[in-house]
Design a protein. Structure first.
Length: 634
């Protein structure tokens, strides 16, 4: 530890002596959150360390913020502001850069003033009456997740996605002949020919000199590569690097001779993207360094850029809820014009997660305080045009993006709130129209799947209650079934008609000893009487990538394939299962994954060949008997 670090820690210690730590950050509360999972359950590597680090950053940030904020807003003044904001008709666009600057300064004061300041904001909704019926019904998420696609000569798998009809980037793709894979060093994408049953390296497409590739798409003869790079910016006498995001599109009509077709950039670290109806939607998070002492005239220090152009003030939204210094930046690109930005918006945020339906983009972020709440902001998108529409909030936190789902103009949200759980239904104005609360006391939501008028979600403490919910009347949702079995399902996927697949952990009835990764098949033909009809346990296997990355699983009910990588016995193995009503689950493949890399192994198929890709190694297996037939080191 150098002298500067020692001085900083000593200053933090002095400044924090008189700070009151929120109840949610008390040691006993943190210990409870860190120990609420079963003892042998350790698949989310770094989970506890990450949570502890986040808590440390939160406390340290509060210290620094208080030091920078001599003037504080009183609770009464905050409540008056909240009331005024709640009467607003929608999420407001900024009128000028000066207003954005004032918003930043006000929220700097508010963010580090009192702990309750964050939660005393009203919900901003549209002024119109309930318009839930104005949205077109979204395509139903069948859970088949774009499992396969046909080309002229081949049938092949596609990336498992959250919303059917909305594609997602990944580190491995195929077009039915060629495999495209991000090399382990993140510096290039390799194109591999699979013709004639042999793996042949064709060419590598490199990223820009200082870029780090994140993931990519393959669509309509284009490879759309997303990378991050450091952009130098000046701040008075200082020069610093900020992380920006780049999208480079290549014409791969002839995969042996890829040609660059266009490029766009935007401020901030890459968070996600979607591709639908010929348009790419790019998401990044851009943070403002308010501690450096921004001034109204230094717009370049607090306004994000898109394609090297500063966003206009009226393209920036000021949500009603107290925010920190982070923008969620979203741009749309017509893939037929890959060098142009069609539309761009930015909205202030505390950071959070993303769910994209067939009609709307939802950002959701949790506020951990005396009362846990999740703020949800809705932005519509259509043919590349973006518009922030409404903002709302629900009690508790959202487990993952499968616990938030749009259908027929309504948003259904499943949350955990301290010692209980709830389901909330919001209309397009983000107003609550129906709810179920007080579910499964002492447990937490682990997974969910919502399909049309019926929803399923799993909570866990010592056993696995699988709840089924009737959602046909948004104003009166009803629990219609509850099944309790040992263990829990961390991921749910509809598997053909009337079947629901669960992948999770097999846990003894004591709730503390795990036996391994568990596959469950549920009969949902009668949603009021769900039954676990088959199960299979991978003994001594305690981590499966699908539990934290849904894109890492290969599921195709028509081909009767369930494939994923899992860790156990000091190795990563790739497993393939089939399922039938008579024999249940049958393990067809259990092979060691030989590649290295930070990404979990991916399995993709072309016709009757399965390719397991990890880092710079591709291994090919004949799906008739799952015997290895080829491999390639990139």
């Amino acid at each position: 530890m150098n002298k500067w670090e020692e001085d900083m820690i000593e200053q933090l210690r002095k400044e924090s002596e008189d700070i009151q730590i929120p109840d949610s950050l008390r040691p006993d509360k943190i210990e409870k959150r860190l120990t609420e999972r079963p003892k042998k359950y350790h698949w989310k590597k770094g989970y506890t360390a990450g949570l502890a680090a986040a808590c440390c950053l939160l406390v340290c940030g509060a210290v620094l913020g208080i030091q920078k904020s001599p003037q504080r807003v009183s609770p009464v003044e905050k409540q008056d502001t909240a009331t005024a904001q709640a009467e607003s008709s929608d999420i407001q666009t900024a009128k000028s850069y000066d207003q954005i600057y004032e918003y930043l300064q006000a929220n700097q004061d508010d963010q580090y003033g009192t702990d309750t300041g964050m939660l005393e904001r009203g919900v901003v909704t549209e002024s119109a009456e309930d318009s839930s019926s104005t949205n077109s019904a979204a395509a139903v998420d069948t859970g088949m997740a774009q499992s396969s696609k046909s080309s002229e000569n081949a049938v092949y798998s596609e990336t498992n996605v959250r919303q059917e009809g909305v594609d997602e980037a990944d580190v491995v793709k195929t077009d039915g002949r060629y495999l495209y894979t991000l090399k382990d060093n993140g510096r290039s994408v390799a194109i591999v020919d699979t013709a004639n049953g042999e793996l042949q390296m064709v060419i590598s497409i490199p990223v820009e000199a200082d870029d780090q590739a994140r993931e990519f798409y393959v669509s309509d003869g284009h490879l759309i590569l997303i990378s991050e790079f450091n952009q130098e910016r000046e701040d008075g006498a200082w020069t610093y690097a900020s992380t920006d995001t780049r999208v480079t599109t290549y014409d791969i009509t002839d995969p042996e001779k890829p040609e660059k077709a266009g490029e766009v950039t935007q401020s901030g670290s890459y968070t996600s993207s979607r591709l639908t109806d010929g348009h790419l939607y790019l998401f990044s998070q851009y943070s403002v360094d308010v501690t450096s002492g921004i001034t109204p005239k230094d717009e370049k220090d607090y306004i994000p850029y898109v394609n090297q152009q500063m966003l206009e003030a009226d393209d920036i939204y000021l949500p009603p809820f107290s925010q920190a210094y982070m923008y969620e930046v979203v741009s749309s690109v017509d893939i037929a014009k890959p060098g142009e930005i069609q539309d761009s918006k930015a909205i202030f945020s505390d950071g959070g997660e993303l769910y994209v339906s067939n009609d709307n983009i939802y950002w959701y972020e949790t506020r951990w305080s005396e009362k846990t709440e999740t703020v949800i902001k809705r932005m519509s998108y259509k043919d590349g045009k973006l518009k922030a529409e409404a903002s709302g909030k629900v009690d508790g936190y959202i487990n993952d993006s499968f616990s938030i789902d749009e259908y027929d103009g309504y948003l259904r949200v499943v949350t955990t709130d301290d010692e209980t759980n709830g389901l909330y239904i919001l209309n397009s104005n983000m107003k609550e129209v129906g709810s179920i609360t007080g579910l499964a006391e002492g447990e937490q939501v682990y997974s969910a799947r919502l399909l049309g008028d019926t929803g399923y979600f799993v909570t866990y403490e010592q056993t696995d209650p699988l709840f089924s919910v009737d959602l046909s009347d948004p104003k009166n949702p009803k629990i219609i079934g509850k099944l309790k079995i040992p263990g829990f399902s961390e991921y749910l996927h509809f598997y053909g008609e009337n079947l629901l697949l669960g992948i999770g952990m097999d846990v003894d009835e004591d709730g503390f000893t795990t036996n391994g990764v568990k596959l469950s098949m549920f009969d949902i033909s009668d949603s009021s009487d769900v039954k676990e009809i088959q199960k299979y346990t991978l003994e001594n296997v305690y981590s499966a990538a699908v539990m934290y990355d849904y894109k890492a699983v290969l599921i195709d009910p028509e081909k009767n394939v369930i494939g994923f990588a899992a860790d156990g016995n000091n190795s990563e193995n790739y497993y393939v299962f089939s399922y039938n009503d008579t024999n249940g689950f049958e393990c067809l493949m259990n092979e060691t994954v030989n590649g290295n890399g930070y990404q979990s192994a991916r399995g993709v198929y072309v016709d009757n060949t399965l390719y397991v890709v990890k880092g710079n190694i591709i291994e090919a297996y004949d799906m008739a008997d799952y015997q290895k037939i080829d491999d390639l080191i990139l």
